[in-house]
Design a protein around this ligand. Sequence first.
Ligand code: GAP
Length: 473
Amino acid sequence: MSTETDLPPELDIAYPAVEPDADTTAGDHDTSMETIVELCKRRGLIFQSSEIYGGLRGAWDYGPLGAALKDNVKAAWKRAMIQMRDDVVQLDASILMHPKVWEASGHVAGFTDPLVECRSCNQRWRADHLEPDADGVTKCPNCSSTELTAPKAFNLMFRTFVGPTEDTSAQVWMRPETAQAMFVDFALIQFASRQKVPFGIAQVGKSFRNEITPRNFIFRVREFEQMEMEFFVRPGTDEQWHEYWIKQRWDWYTRLGMRPENLRVREHGRDELSHYAKRTVDVEYRFPFAWSELEGIANRADFDLTQHSKHSGKDLDYYDQERDERYIPFVIEPAAGVDRTALAFLVDAYREEEATSASGKAEKRTVLKLHHALAPLKAAVLPLSRNEKLVPTAQRVADILRPHWLIQYDDAGSIGKRYRRQDEVGTPFCVTVDFETVEDDQAVTVRDRDTMTQERVSIDRLLGYMQDKLQLA
Ligand code: GAP
């Protein structure tokens, strides 16, 4: 433990770190993107926006179970980053901000990707996503023409107008990251919450980027959600805090069941660092298509508060009473995407296993071994049949569980089929009501998703049993 009060505690957490140019090849996987996309569509987790009109690229809708999964990812993040700590407070800022925010942050001038256009088919591409072929020639992925324009900088921010006048004085941007509100509101929040540096401001919310080539399902989209935290520290303690937050974030993913062999921490190279960053690492996940960024953890130094102070004319420095000194805090920023994180958890949880059906036949079962905290449904209540003797008791059992968790009452099809349906969406427990329940013991059979073992539990004890079994993140 450090003796300085504004240094982080030492954490006994190890993670694999790789060089900036580490190989990104994913290798063999338990699943493919096609399988995950198909499962998500079939089970109404995630599907294309406006599908009946042909869809809108880079926009996805989360159906009933997908919305629950996403809520659970956000809740687990907020629990770890805010609720379980006394040094981080929450902000829910508006998406539209004063346009000067984005001038100060550098987004108006520099939030760009290199855009090339095919002179033959007029398709537009992100130049750094085009791979030259074996002869070193770069071709249009659509029509194979080599006639591509020189790259030009394309700003990724969506613009819109406030009020009825559509001229530049009314122009605003849809925020491309949630981070800036935490800097702009720093002084207000620090004063109102009486937090002392080191402390953090966390926010979960929508961001928008007009990506040139959205791709890989919900990995790169134009409308997405971020979970970002800006942690303000005394200059000189920033490097220790950066290391601390890398470990904390690593721990969060693995505690939620992500397989450590599918995670790594990659250092940004000098040429890759953003204009604001002193040092950045990415937490990368081994997606089926490649090792790719899940979360960026940056040391932003005093860039943002200095910029906003200059552009707004307001002092954003901090008076450190203990040290009797004034300084502009440095900032450590763990910045994750909700959609990308949900995708990584889905991929990581996906398994195809051999199982035995009720009639003793070997069959394949698809199961999402999601951490209980992330599973969209915590339990399914399954009356053995629709027999009128069973229904009132099955509904009573559902009513016992419903105030505590999102559950499903399912009475359609054979029990085996219903188990498979729940396995496929990761429901940890299936609770079956049979004739013995109503005629004999007032107990239900609880089947565990992962072990497929079954236990007889009395209805009176069921709530306590589930509370004991369901792990929190
Ligand atoms: N405030 C710093 C920042 O926004 P970033 O690396 O650009 O950093 C942070 O974004 C995270 O947001 C990424 O690691 C990713 O998870 C998510 N993200 C960024 N762009 C995205 C996109 N187009 N689609 C989905 N998620 C995205």
